[in-house]
Design a protein around this ligand. Structure first.
Ligand code: FE
Length: 335
């Protein structure tokens, strides 16, 4: 009996104190992240527990779980949400020389509270049969009266538009951005409704001539199994605005290490894994996003959309300007 107890004690105490696992809270759909996490497990032996959900819901969950939160890493899209997690005190600094050498400084928090993993571009899209791209130039110029009743864009409660406007606030005087928002509203073809994909479809259907949308939606439609979607997407082309100025607006998908992470080393290892050439290529290609580091191949569909000058606004400023952007759009009547 004594021997049995001794053996049982040995068994209990020889369990690893730090389990080789990591808990990932992801606002990305499972199909867009799971294969990368599986490769991580294969390469490192670290098991990944993946919890997916809506970004705001995951952030609230981390907040209410507090120090008992199992979350080690938060993966989400849009810097506005990463910045929100940071401001709520839900993050801690990652510790990675690789991250700080391959991710440009404007695409990560200056105190390492979050970093970009992929980039997403938000250009102008136009009806190929009704708009001559030589008529287009900058985002600011979309307020020209020639675009009256011709622009489709989603609501101001959408974070992509909030971040786009927040980035403008980092470039232009506030009064100019206010004037822009009013001018945009004056040129709307219809009250904002639906998602980015719906704006592209509305251009294809002739309800508007211009849309603002993230490129991966158009790319996803072009690569769709659904012939209707492909047919619609082929009527719509990308115009890269602001190429002579600050560049086209970009946002990110990114990651942050959770404040109460129990597996900090594994969390840093995952971040570094996501930044390898191979992961970058997979991660960017599967959702038609742009890799965060140089020298990584794009998907064929993105390559065909052409190269462009990217906005270089510090994304932490974009996050910080979010509330002001939303108020400004509201005031302009952008519902
Ligand atoms: Fe999206």
């Amino acid at each position: 009996m004594k021997k049995f107890i001794a053996m049982a004690l040995v068994a209990v105490f020889s369990l690893p104190i730090f389990a080789d696992e990591i808990n990932v809270y992801s606002a990305r759909k499972e199909a867009l992240i799971k294969p990368a996490l599986d490769s991580f497990t294969q390469a490192t032996g670290i098991k990944v527990k993946l919890i997916t959900g809506n970004a705001d819901a995951l952030i609230s969950r981390m907040k209410s779980e507090g120090q008992f939160s199992p979350a080690d890493v938060l993966i989400t899209t849009d810097v506005g949400r990463l910045e929100r997690a940071k401001l709520l005190g839900l993050t801690q600094a990652y510790d990675s020389e690789l991250a700080n050498s391959v991710v440009p400084a404007h695409l990560r928090d200056e105190n390492n509270q979050w970093l970009a993993l992929t980039l997403r571009a938000r250009p102008i899209m136009y009806a190929a049969d009704r708009v001559n791209p030589s008529e287009l130039s900058t985002m600011m110029n979309l307020t020209d009266s020639k675009w009256k009743s011709r622009i489709c864009i989603r609501s101001s409660n959408n974070i992509y538009n909030q971040s786009m406007t927040a980035a403008m606030l980092a470039i232009y005087p506030k009064s100019d951005v206010e004037e822009w928002a009013r001018g945009m509203v004056a040129n709307f073809a219809r009250p904002p409704k639906g998602g980015d994909r719906d704006q592209i479809k509305a251009v294809a259907a002739g309800q508007c001539d211009l849309a603002i949308a993230n490129t991966y939606y158009l790319a996803g439609m072009l690569d769709s199994q659904d012939a209707e979607q492909v047919k619609a997407a082929e009527k719509v082309k990308v115009f890269w605005p602001d190429q002579q100025a600050s560049g086209t607006h970009i946002n990110i998908s990114g990651a942050a290490i959770a404040k109460h992470a129990k597996n900090v080393n594994n969390a840093n290892a995952l971040i570094e894994f996501m930044l390898t050439q191979k992961s970058q290529q997979w991660y960017a290609q599967v959702n038609h996003e742009y890799p965060v580091r140089d020298g990584v191949e794009l998907s064929q569909t993105l390559t065909e959309m052409g190269q462009f000058k990217k906005q270089k606004v510090k994304l932490s400023d974009v996050g910080a300007n979010n509330d002001e952007a939303l108020k400004l759009m509201d005031k302009a009547g952008w519902r």
